[in-house]
Ligand binder design. Structure first.
Ligand SMILES: Nc1ncnc2c1ncn2[C@@H]1O[C@H](COP(=O)(O)OP(=O)(O)OP(=O)(O)O)[C@@H](O)[C@H]1O
Length: 438
């Protein structure tokens, strides 16, 4: 089963769209997973997704089908990511937050408040012996700078990678949350801070990527498990030329397009067959933060938000094509498990042994041919070799040791063989002498 579930969502027509085209829409439903899309030239294209949420879909259904399995997985130590993609005004924020985080009616509640409830419910239902800790961070990426939404003074945070903990935002504020109400208050203050920052910078929210990070640690006896859930409300995906922008607005549009293209490239690379191919996570802050949510130990849901109106057909088509490409990602989720490891202060998770091996292979692939890396991977599997994830250098030297040990064994075997050959030659001479004397 692929670890990315891609859904398409069509919000209701806006008043402006109704004014322009009446009730006409550019989609015709086939079933809950497929539909016909009519592009600007009236050509019909069939799309198939894991799920399609047509106009009038319930927020509760979106949560249950898209997010609930991921929430359950995170509580069991499997990383998760939920990403909303689409042009400005397509319904990304409405799907993520609903009309508001606090005081919103049950029917309209967005994914975020439902995810919070889901996390605490799953914890309540879990084994009493396990102790859970949940930490929340909120960051925004604007013009390739990562800003802490719980502390606006931290406006250029760095994304780092620890050999033990994977990807993390260095120095980000982490708020410990112990119940839903506390989590919603924190989320609400982060969202309010985002608005303050926008006014300070004279920028619209649709121009930045908003990222919510939940870190769930479970502790049972000497064993610790970690799950990380990342929710991303992406900046509007519309093309720069369509915004008629110039100056800083054009710069914003180009930066957004660059990071969304980087996301597309990562998705394409992950979907391409062949081991050891380079995945360009480092091409943008967005893909770097999402690195272990997309390609590593994770279950991902991508919600492609679209306007159903013919006036937005071109942008909706590019959103749907992006989603269709994403469906090719393949990777099996697995549980993050690490004993006696303290990740406090770090927005990331420890590596599993398999991840560690993958990382080594990725590193070696920079120096070796793809087929050699593949051969080495097969050897790792055959020999049951797993490395200490703490040090890639240690692993590389272990690999060097193993290579030199193999070479010296082969040298010894060659020496033995040459001795045998020499002895056989001598015997041969003796036998030839005997034959001649007969
Ligand atoms: N499912 C929905 N039901 C009712 N109204 C919706 C729905 N989705 C979106 N809307 C409305 O459409 C408008 C645009 O939605 P929203 O702000 O979520 O778009 P967006 O994609 O997040 O845009 P931006 O990129 O600017 O943040 C809002 O007024 C919102 O209330």
């Amino acid at each position: 089963m692929p670890n990315i579930r891609v859904s398409a969502l069509f919000r209701p027509l806006s008043l402006k769209e109704k004014f322009e085209h009446g009730d006409s829409v550019s989609i015709r439903a086939i079933d809950t997973e497929s539909f016909i899309f009519k592009d600007e030239k009236e050509e019909e294209i069939k799309f198939h997704f894991d799920r399609v949420f047509f106009q009038g879909s319930q927020q509760a259904d979106i949560y249950e089908l898209l997010a609930l399995p991921i929430v359950k997985g995170v509580v069991d130590g499997v990383n998760g990511a939920i990403i909303t993609y689409g042009q400005t005004g397509a319904g990304k924020t409405y799907s993520m937050e609903g009309p508001g985080i606090i005081g919103c009616n049950e029917e309209q509640k967005g994914l975020l408040p439902r995810v919070v409830d889901g996390l605490f419910n799953a914890i309540k239902l879990s084994d009493d012996m396990t102790r859970y800790t949940i930490k929340l961070s909120m960051v925004e990426i604007y013009l390739e700078r990562v800003r802490d939404l719980f502390d606006l003074s931290k406006d250029n945070l760095q994304i780092k990678e620890s050999k033990v903990h994977g990807i993390f935002v260095s120095g980000v504020t982490e708020i410990s949350i112990s119940d839903s109400a506390e989590a919603l208050r924190s989320l609400s203050s982060g969202i309010a801070n985002r608005a303050v920052g926008e006014t300070q910078m004279n920028m619209a929210s649709s121009r930045s990527h908003c990222i919510y990070i939940f870190l769930i640690q479970q502790e049972l006896k000497n064993e610790k498990r970690y799950g990380k859930l990342i929710l991303v409300d992406l900046a509007g995906s519309e093309k720069a030329e369509r915004t008629g922008a110039e100056g800083r607005v054009l710069e914003e549009a180009k930066t957004i397009n660059k990071s969304l293209s980087a996301l597309g490239n990562v998705i394409n690379a992950l979907g391409s067959p062949g081991k050891g191919n380079h995945i360009p996570y480092r091409d943008s802050k967005l893909t770097r933060i999402l690195q272990d949510a997309l390609g590593g130990n994770s279950q991902t849901a991508l919600l492609c938000c679209c306007s159903p109106s013919p006036s937005n057909a071109s942008e909706s088509l590019s959103t749907l094509r992006f989603g269709a490409r994403a469906k090719h990602i393949k990777a099996l989720p697995h549980v993050s498990l690490k004993e006696d490891e303290d990740t406090s202060g770090l927005g990331a998770l420890p590596l599993t042994k398999n991840e560690s091996c993958e990382r080594i292979l990725e590193k070696l692939s920079q120096k070796m041919k793809a087929e050699d890396v593949e051969l080495l991977e097969q050897l790792f599997i055959l020999e049951g070799i797993f490395f200490d994830p703490n040090s890639v250098e240690e692993v590389e030297s272990a690999y060097d040791d193993m290579t030199s040990r193999t070479i010296s064994t082969l040298h010894k075997a060659v020496e033995e063989l040459s001795k045998t050959v020499d002895e056989l030659k001598k015997e041969n001479q003796v036998l030839k002498g005997l034959i001649r004397s007969c």
